[in-house]
Each structure stands twice: as C-alpha cells, then as structure tokens.
Design a protein around this ligand. Sequence first.
Ligand SMILES: Nc1ncnc2c1ncn2[C@@H]1O[C@H](COP(=O)(O)OP(=O)(O)OP(=O)(O)O)[C@@H](O)[C@H]1O
Ligand SMILES: [Mg+2]
Length: 555
Amino acid sequence: MSGSPVTLAEEATLAALLRCCARELAGPGARTEGPYLTLRLAGTRLRVPAGGGLALRFTGPAEWLDGDAWRPLGVDRLVRLVETELSTPDGGNEEFAGQVAASQDAIAAMAKARLDAEPPADPWLASEQALLFGHPFHPAPKARGGDDWLAYAPEAHAAFPLRLLAVRDDVVVSRGETAVLDGLGDAPPGYTLLPAHPWQVELLGGALAGPLGDGRLLDLGDGRAPVTPTSSVRTVFEPESGTCLKFSLNVRITNCVRKNAWYELEGAVALTALLDPVFRDLSARFPGTRWLPEPGYRSAGLGTALLEGLGVIIRTGPRSAVSPGVTPVLSGALAAGHLPPACRADPVAWWTAYVRRVALPALDAYLTHGVVLEPHLQNVLVGLDADGLPAEAVFRDLEGTKLLPGPESTAPPGPESTAPPGPESTAPPGPENARFPGRPLPAALPAEVRAALTYDAERGWNRVAYCLFVNHLAEIAATVAHGTGLLPELWATAGRVLTGYAEGHGRAGRLRDLLGGAPLPAKANLSVRWARSADRAAGYVPIGNPLRPSGTSTR
Ligand SMILES: Nc1ncnc2c1ncn2[C@@H]1O[C@H](COP(=O)(O)OP(=O)(O)OP(=O)(O)O)[C@@H](O)[C@H]1O
Ligand SMILES: [Mg+2]
C-alpha cells in the first residue's frame, strides 16, 4: 500500500472489511478464479486479486460488477452491501457504518501523525507501535472511543508521563507483589502511590472529585519518566522499573471497553501463581518458552467503579524474560512485514524455527496442562537471536488465559463470594477443592474469579486453534512467503513439525484432527459487531485448513 494517509486508510479499511465478508458472509461462494478472489454479496459480484492463503492479501484494487463492467469498489459501497446482506425485516444496525468510518478516520489520523513522529529506538517498543492497520479481519480494527486518543496512541509513537495518585492507606487495595510501584514517586506518610493512566484520569473526571476532595486520594501530578504505550494502548512500558503496567481505560478499543474488572485483577495474580509450574515445565521441554507473569495489582477501595477504573496490573517486562542477546519483537509487527534479513535469506528455516518456538508450547499448554493461552499476534513476542532467528517465544496477557477443568473438578465448590475485594482484604490460600491438570485452584478465590478463569474444553480448543493458526501462523506464513511461491511448502513444513509433536503425545486427538484436514475455526468479528454482542460471545466460522495433507486450501 502506498499514498497519502487518507488513501492508505481507505485501502486498509476496504481490505479488512472485504476479508471479513469473504470469511464470514460469502461462505463457499468465495472462491479463487485465476488471480482473483471472487464472491457475491447481497446479489452483487465482487472480485479482487488475492494471494496469501488464509490471510487473503490483496494485490490489486477490488471491483464490483455493474452490468457487464467491473468498477472500482469503495468502502461506502461495500458497507451498503454488508448492510443489505445482513439486515432483516426486524432491523439492521444503524451504528455499523459509523464504526467503520470512525476506524478509517482513526487510521488516517494515525498515519498522518506518524509522518512527523519518531519511532522508539528500542526495537521491541518500535514493534509494539508498528500495528498501523491493526487486526486484518475486523470491520473496524482501529475503533477508538473518546476524543483524546491520539495523544496516547502507540500508532502515533506517543510517549507521556503517568499521573501519580496516592491512596490513603486505609483504602488501598493491593494484591501480590506491588513494591515496584513505590519507586515511581514519593507518596506522603499514610499514603501509597497509585500510578494512573492520564487518559483514564480524564475519563473518570468527576468520579474522582469526592475522594480527591476529602483526602482519600491525592493528585501528585505527573510522573518523572515518560512511558511508552504498547500495541494494546492501555498497557504501557515504564522504563525506570523495566515493567509493563496494564491500566483500565473506560473507552472502547476495537472490541471492548478496556476495563480491568475486579475479578480480572484478582484472576491475573492468581493465575500468575498457578502458571508458574506450567511454564517451568513448558520451558524445560520446549526450550525458549517464556512468559510475562502478572505478580500483583494495586487500586483504591472506593467502590467497584473506581476499584476497577484505577486498578493497575504489574506485568514483568519482556527484557527481563528473554535471554541476554535475544531481542523480543511483537509477532504482529513481523506479520505486518517487519521481518529480519535472516528470514529473507532462508525463509523455510526461519519459519520452521518460528513454528517450533511458538506453536509447540502453545499447543502443549492446552494438551498437557489444560491451559488455554490466547496466542494471537498481539499477545506473543518472538525473541530473535543475534542472527535474527526465532530463539524464544514470550506469551503474555493473562486476561485471555484460561484453565480447563480437569477430571477432578467435580468436587464441590468452596465458599463463594459475590463482592469485590474491600480495602486490605486478603485472599489466603484455602484448601484445594478444584483441580486443573497439575494445579489446584485455591478454594478461597471468589466464584466470579474462578468463573472468569475457566473455559470448557471445546471453547478452549477453538480459542487456541483460532489464535494460533488463523490469527497468527497464517499471517506470518503469508508475510514470509510473500513473493516467493513458498506458501505450500511452509505449511507442509509446519505439518511435519506438528505431526512429530502429536505422535509423541498421548492426548493430541484434536491436533491430529487438524493435521488430518479438519476445518479451522475463525472468529467472526464482523458478525459479532453487527449483532452488537459482547466480544466474548463471538462465534467461529469453519474455514479451509492449509495443514490438510494435500495442501489444496492454500491459495
Ligand atoms: N491480529 C490481531 N489479533 C488480535 N488483536 C489484534 C491484532 N492486531 C491488532 N490487535 C489489537 O490488539 C489488541 C488486543 O487486545 P487484547 O485484549 O489482547 O489486549 P489487552 O488485554 O487490552 O492488553 P494486553 O495485550 O497488553 O494484555 C486490540 O486492540 C486489537 O485490536
Ligand atoms: Mg493482548
């Protein structure tokens, strides 16, 4: 893609929406005819030159058939076709066109701001800020709530100081290891430091007035060092401590309002303890496996809205997770084209190392440990060694990490709590009353926390298979193979690596089904937006599987 920010934004928006249409709406009617992907939408024939297999990389302009003449397809026409296709006599979705347009405007603004901004010098942070177009299969990939987002946008290479609040000690809520926060400023005696995202302080506005007025909170002004927002917008890298801080932002970013619910704050810390032995085992058996623990959170016990709104999760920084000499890089940036020269030199060797490092531990976490990681392109960092080869894989984001109930989980539940934690509440480890393969789930965890941590096996597998194969590996493969004709060979190689693993694993039935050609589950981002449902209610559509032995599904 090339051209002005406005043209780039139009092209990216059209491409993302058209990919959703091909995947979710056209069904088997979307097919390859010569160089074109063709599909029919609301009775209109569409075509676009495409390659890239599942990733649907468009190599020329999209067109629609007007009588017997092909005409250029624009975003407005495609949106109208989607509306016609999906509206029913009971109604349509009058917000949809606005969401697509807002995302397009956001991309244009980001692309413009990038022209005058300097990317971070640190290659990891530069990779976090490289996702200009965002999710490639989403109708509104850069939907941003609020007005002030550009000042905090990773895509615009923003960097800004945190806002330092202090919480009176009798209302502080703190769980796990939080001492790292104390070094970010000086709280007066009787108070504990609570760093906040400056955008969230604006968004909370009047809700902070009472506690600031009566001294339960203090506003200490800006922090010392600027922080750098990572690709999720709300998680920032704090350079003095070398840690990441995951904040709540009460705005919609792509799919959801990014608020740390109280049970997610608790869940992150509980999961950190539960996953420690899992990742120790994974990194022993799959060298190079790393993760980013979330050992603590801090907030203010000022009612649920402020507890959640001001809650900050501490996440280990990736620099301390990877080995010396290894550079972490966001997988999404690699998929977006920022590949190291080593990949160009020997694409098959590079890809083979990538699949080994990323896919095997993510699959084994599920198949051996009953742990559902969410290894999508934005949740995985790949550690490149000095030669630029994938040497390590770093898994992050415990909000999306779930546990499968093991066979023993039918034991009666423990005492339940329906209330968020109050000030100074503690969660002492209780008797084990539910088991996940190898790990007890502490009985003292409130029912909401347990519920948010658990997934059934079917949903869990769909999540892993979608994130790993469809969202992640298909995009990396398309980028690695770009211009080489190697895509079928890349998938054949991946099939051999995965078959080798599956043959040595007694409970790899679901993986063996995929290796035999079972369809892959693809998350239906367009349908869930159209239905105005919560993102967690999103369904999956079956799509062709490039691991199919014949390889016939690779375009
Ligand atoms: N290929 C992709 N798959 C998933 N998310 C993507 C992709 N590309 C960009 N994104 C963006 O990355 C973000 C992913 O959201 P996710 O829920 O994983 O992050 P989070 O929980 O808010 O923060 P963190 O990842 O720091 O824990 C969204 O804003 C999403 O639009
Ligand atoms: Mg994430």
